[in-house]
Design a protein around this ligand. Sequence first.
Ligand SMILES: [Zn+2]
Length: 140
Amino acid sequence: MKFRYQAVERIPSPMEPGVVYHSKEFELAGLLCACGCSHKITLLVPDGHQVYEQAGGATIHPSVGVLDAPCKSHFIVTVGEVDWLPPFTSTQAARIIHSQIARHVARDAKPKPKARIERLRAVIAVIAGALAALKRVFFR
Ligand SMILES: [Zn+2]
């Protein structure tokens, strides 16, 4: 699958496969999992990931780790091309989830003039997904 970049005001629903949607206004990016499982991935830009257009393709930095879907995909998108990386181990996943939660708690607890309901909702969804993944890792 190749990913193209599309700047949007809001992340559309449903999303199309092979598109990285980027809303600068809401500091979010959205895409469907590269494995084809249709899992919706929300990225917080720029605090979690950088997303930009390069030679017509999307580039996402750093890698995208799907922790809250059964596929456990881990990949990097460079100029639209997907490169697969080994899935995170439970320990790595737990560490990432912890730092993700800590970062959002620290950042989003501060009042921000730019804060909007949509972004807060997305942050809550990311944290909820991370917590669900954490539960699966430790309480199987
Ligand atoms: Zn997947």
